[in-house]
Ligand binder design. Structure first.
Ligand code: 5RP
Ligand code: MG
Length: 221
């Protein structure tokens, strides 16, 4: 089987539509996946998804809804505006996740997928239930607030990521990533690296995205 080279996803967590769209225009061509970030979705709603879809008709677009309830409705609203993937928070119930999956697949067909966002407490038993519900993408997240409070990436995170991959998940990794952080994951079959501020707040966001891609290719290519 061909070796997987991790994707690069940019997270647009701007507080205004204009900022998110202008960042998307700068870096959209450099990345594999474009994320309508939670911060911006909460500010402007799924209009952000619609604008991104019109700018990038063929890219995978993620709505980082971190959906906790009403999975079917949230999925339908975002998928009908162009989102291929959406996130559910790990503490949502299985019926919420299953409803989101059904709705996103109804609108986006085979492209439609739900990703489980891992924050705080969760168990491998729950993770098995997500797989049993037909959901095989998980996002291992170091929360922005935990990082600000002094948390760092380390072996404890890598072990959880490895275990989820062994279980059968495609695991994306995110939270304060920089080009320098990527080498920590060497030898781990990460599905996608998701970077927000490390790209969008750089002096030259397109160059920053290229630097992420170059480092990914250097390590996994
Ligand atoms: C926060 C998110 C962010 O989109 C994700 O963490 C990437 O942003 P950054 O690289 O700036 O931390 O989902 O909940
Ligand atoms: Mg996000």
């Amino acid at each position: 089987m061909a070796k997987h080279v991790p994707n690069l996803q940019v997270a647009l967590d701007h507080s205004d539509l204009k900022g998110a769209v202008s960042a998307a225009v700068s870096v959209g061509k450099e990345v594999d996946v474009i994320e309508a970030g939670t911060v911006c979705l909460l500010q402007v709603g799924s209009e952000l998804v619609e604008v991104l879809r019109s700018l990038f008709p063929d890219k995978i677009i993620v709505a980082d809804t971190k959906c906790a309830d009403a999975g079917g409705t949230v999925a339908k609203n975002n998928a009908s505006r162009g989102a291929d993937w959406m996130t559910c928070i790990c503490c949502a119930t299985i019926p919420t996740m299953a409803a989101a999956r059904k709705a996103i697949e109804e609108v986006r067909g085979d492209r439609g997928e739900v990703q489980i966002e891992l924050y705080g407490d969760w168990t491998y038993e729950q993770a098995q239930q997500w797989l049993d519900a037909g959901i095989s993408q998980a996002i291992y997240h170091q929360s922005r607030d935990a990082l600000l409070a002094g948390e760092t990436w380390g072996e404890k995170d890598l072990n959880k990521v490895r275990k989820l991959i062994e279980m059968g998940f495609r695991v994306s990794v995110t939270g304060g990533l920089s080009v320098e952080t990527l080498k920590l994951f060497e030898g781990v079959d990460v599905f996608t690296f998701i970077a927000g501020r490390g790209i969008t707040e750089a002096a030259d966001p397109a160059a920053a995205a290229r630097a992420f891609k170059d480092e990914i290719r250097r390590i996994w290519g």
